[in-house]
Design a protein around this ligand. Structure first.
Ligand SMILES: Nc1ncnc2c1ncn2[C@@H]1O[C@H](COP(=O)(O)OP(=O)(O)OP(=O)(O)O)[C@@H](O)[C@H]1O
Ligand SMILES: [Mg+2]
Length: 363
């Protein structure tokens, strides 16, 4: 959807992220980030929205490129809040207690619109502590599938089990408390690195914050900042790269010490080098957690204990990277395409490096 910028807006310096376009700021100085903050602050004051949803709210509004688009962001926020309200809690719902972390999708069916199923008769299990990668074409239902675990939506058929218990039998808040999400782009709030990591758990101790940052491969770059953990980042602060923001996002998820960690395309916005740093962090955070990682880039999930390939809302293949390559099929084909694309990109780069000095000599 395209929007025309209202005439009162001028384009101010980019204060958000280094790779995001400059944020338009209205003449009065109340920009889209301020609007996002205000919406989130107002919602926080109501006490009705849990912290993880507030993060989503700030993100959805803040990602919009202009005030006009912020209106769309606010519409989305309303969508999130409506989701909150339509998920009922069963009478006698129980506390999840200390979870082992097994997840089972048992003949799951789901459609946003009942006449257009997105997931159909989908079954597979994840053992406690296992790391599972989910791949599949765009629109194949990956994000939808993981949203059923914290009950952002409820299945229309089958069941999602957590430690053998239907997720609908758990208390909703408690269930969500045990699941941490990292999305494609981590939104930083106005504040220090320390505050940004502790966002999901304001009572976290400094030792816990540092431990999470170390696991997330963020400690080193944070300590190199002028004031270390007390350096202001994000809006009005030091600008972080996409890879650094993602590592803050992972640390933020870790500090909550959730048994289940879900990452939806955590490396999609990163270059190959930043991806390596994030993948290295993911390898470390796997310990003692059940981790689901959705990725288009197969290099992000090739070390997963199991990889599930979704196709048209069903499980097309499941196995390790090596098994799936050996048996051929959708995954092997995806891999072949990605390897070919990477090689041709590298060749182009090498060629252009040769061309530059020759042109220089000729002049
Ligand atoms: N909130 C929603 N309301 C209605 N339809 C939706 C909604 N979210 C997703 N869909 C539809 O459900 C299908 C699966 O979408 P989903 O986002 O789960 O795919 P995905 O595999 O995560 O894709 P991508 O790789 O692009 O992220 C698509 O047809 C999509 O248009
Ligand atoms: Mg998706």
């Amino acid at each position: 959807m395209e929007f025309e910028r209202p005439p009162t807006l001028r384009t101010g310096p980019s204060e958000g992220t280094d790779d995001a376009p400059a944020t338009p700021v209205p003449a009065g100085g109340f920009g889209v980030n301020e609007a996002a903050e205000l919406v989130a602050d107002l919602l926080a004051a109501t006490g009705l929205v849990p912290p993880d949803k507030l993060a989503l709210v700030r993100g959805r509004v803040g990602q919009s490129g202009s005030i006009a688009q912020a209106a769309v962001g606010i519409e989305r926020v309303r969508g999130i809040l409506e989701i909150e309200m339509t998920i009922p809690e069963r009478p006698g719902a129980r506390e999840p207690g200390a979870l082992q972390g097994s997840i089972t999708f048992d003949h799951v069916a789901f459609g946003y619109d009942p006449s257009a199923p997105v997931l159909e008769d989908l079954s597979f299990s994840i053992e406690p502590g296992q790391s599972v990668g989910i791949v599949g074409a765009t629109g194949s239902g990956k994000s939808t599938l993981v949203s059923l675990v914290p009950r952002l939506y409820d299945v229309t058929g089958g069941r999602v089990l957590l430690d053998g218990v239907d997720v609908r039998d758990y208390k909703l808040d408690e269930l969500r408390e045990r699941i941490a999400f990292v999305l494609q782009d981590t939104v930083l709030f106005r504040g220090t690195s320390r505050e940004n990591i502790a966002y999901g758990r304001p009572d976290a101790t400094m030792a816990e914050i540092v431990e999470a940052a170390k696991l997330a491969n963020a400690h080193d770059f944070i300590t190199r900042m002028p004031d270390g953990y007390d350096t202001a980042v994000g809006e009005k602060g030091l600008t972080l790269s996409g890879g650094q923001r993602q590592r803050i996002g992972i640390a933020r998820a870790l500090v909550r010490d959730a048994r289940i960690l879900i990452l939806d395309e955590p490396t999609a916005a990163l270059d190959a080098e930043s991806e390596r740093a994030v993948v290295e962090a993911l390898e470390r955070v796997k310990q003692g957690r059940t981790v689901i990682t959705i990725a288009h880039r197969l290099s992000t999930i090739r070390k997963a204990d199991a990889i599930v390939v979704l196709q048209d809302g069903r499980v097309a293949q499941k196995g390790t990277h090596e098994e799936l390559l050996r048996c051929g099929g959708v995954y092997a084909e995806l891999y072949r395409i990605q390897i070919t694309a990477t090689k041709s990109a590298n060749t182009t780069k090498t060629r252009s490096l040769h061309v530059v000095p020759m042109v220089a000599r000729a002049s």
